[in-house]
Design a protein around this ligand. Structure first.
Ligand code: GLU
Length: 437
């Protein structure tokens, strides 16, 4: 066991080998560190390797002012974390969220490290964010916030050092403002500094639905491996943002899933006869929520997770499946389109109950995979067709899925641990080759 330096995190003090147990259900960074521990033990990695993998390589936390439309100034708190760049530049999204803390960003940056490794793309892991409620900001305030963020992190990011992208409550328009601000500072065009851009500014075909498409491909491979027919399989989508909405669309189109429930931050809806993607997406666009969708009954955000369905897609935020509800989950397969939806204890409960989990950093790796394709296209300034992107994405996702599955069978461990074993070994090897450890 390694010695930990006492470390103060977002409201949680921990030191030595003692964790505060309750924090293991609520602090995603502690969860990420614990998940890693299991893999490190099995791989018999040395203490220095473990310590490097346990902490971000660097992090930047800052306050910055933004002029509001009414002439006042508000100060926001921003973060950018480089978790590990042994395999390539740090890579990962930016979240604008009221509950963003340094620890959530660290956890998400760690998961990006394992994500880029599991799909074997030459990138590391990073993440960033701003503590804010973007729903309360006007478009011009959001633009000034985005540009202000980039002015602070400009020295910390770059096409060959750290490349941001969209995540929760950030989108291609925000990436466009950020790209523009960065290029003003750099005095040259550098489209590879950020991904998830609008296509007109060097974005890639197929990036919009890539996270969900990758997840649906892992679900297809799961069904083949388990000998299941998913045609008409009932599905609940928890979280109806980019990943959840496209998960609905592509799940129905590619696999013939019958989506019977959906939810967002305002509540959930259920219709046993199935929900049409086109109608529900249009409803959400018009009203801002899936709530009150005609013909569906209202359910709560807790109820949607416990519905009697074949597939559950958590597609919102971390920490929704915990020891409180894991033994009530009835789905046979959980396809984790969100980052970190399942706590450590819940993982064990689900595994013991025979629920098949497609772990987050494998299931949702399609987004960053197409981000990598976007950067590749930016670098040689020549762009691929949508079908080329789809083919390359499919090859990456299928290979990664079967690599993790083979590891799970060989080591007799659950899928999340298997995915960790694959990724952590790859990152550790890169660190060893660089002579870091
Ligand atoms: N935010 C996405 C994720 O969590 C995409 C990251 C990226 O494309 O860099 O995987």
């Amino acid at each position: 066991m390694i010695n930990m330096t006492p470390y103060s995190t977002a409201g949680v003090e921990f030191s030595g080998n003692g964790y505060r147990e309750e924090a293991l259900e609520t602090n995603p960074f502690l969860i990420a560190q614990r998940q890693l521990e299991e893999a490190v033990e099995i791989l018999e990695l040395d203490d220095a390797t473990h310590e490097m993998l346990r902490w971000p390589k660097g992090e930047f936390k800052f306050a910055f002012p933004v002029k509001m439309d009414d002439g006042s100034t508000r100060v926001f708190h921003g973060y950018r974390v480089h978790y590990n760049d042994a395999r390539g530049p740090a890579k990962g999204g930016l979240r604008f969220h009221v509950k963003e803390t340094l620890d959530t960003v660290r956890a998400l940056a760690a998961w990006m490290t394992w994500k880029t490794a599991v799909v074997d793309i030459p990138l590391g892991g990073g993440k960033g964010g701003v503590t804010c409620n973007p729903k309360e900001l006007t478009r011009s305030e959001l633009e000034r916030l985005s540009r202000g963020y980039i002015r602070r992190v400009a020295d910390f990011i770059g096409p060959h050092s750290d490349v941001p992208a969209p995540d929760v409550y950030t989108n291609p328009q925000i990436m466009a403002w950020m790209l523009d601000e960065y290029e003003v500072i750099a005095r040259q065009h550098l489209p590879g500094v950020i991904t998830g851009k609008p296509i007109a500014l060097g974005g890639s075909q197929g990036r919009g639905d890539a996270t969900a498409r990758g997840g649906i491909l892992t679900l297809r491979e799961t069904a083949k491996a388990l000998g299941m027919d998913l045609q008409g399989a009932t599905t609940a989508v928890q979280g109806y943002g980019n990943a959840g909405s496209y998960g609905h669309k592509l799940g129905a189109e590619i696999l013939g899933l019958k989506i019977v429930a959906a939810s967002d931050s305002r509540g959930g809806i259920y219709n046993p006869h199935g929900l049409e993607h086109k109608d529900l997406a249009e409803w959400k666009r018009r009203t801002g929520s899936v709530v009150n969708f005609p013909g569906a009954e209202a359910i709560t955000n807790e109820e949607i997770l416990e519905l009697d369905v074949t597939i559950l897609m958590p597609a919102a935020l971390e920490g929704v499946i915990t020891h409180h509800n894991a033994d009530r989950i009835q789905a046979k397969i959980i396809a984790e389109l969100a980052n970190g939806p399942t706590s450590l204890e819940a993982d064990h409960i689900l595994h013991d109950r025979g629920v098949y989990v497609i772990p987050d950093f494998l299931c949702n790796a399609g987004g960053v995979t197409v981000s990598y394709f976007e950067q590749t296209q930016n670098a040689y300034n020549y762009y691929w067709s949508e079908s080329e992107v789809h083919q390359r994405l499919e090859a990456k996702m299928v290979t990664a899925y079967h690599c993790v599955r083979a590891m799970a069978e060989r080591m007799k461990v659950h899928n999340r641990l298997a995915a960790y074993l694959v990724s952590v070994q790859r990152v550790a090897t890169a660190m060893q080759l660089r002579g870091w450890v």
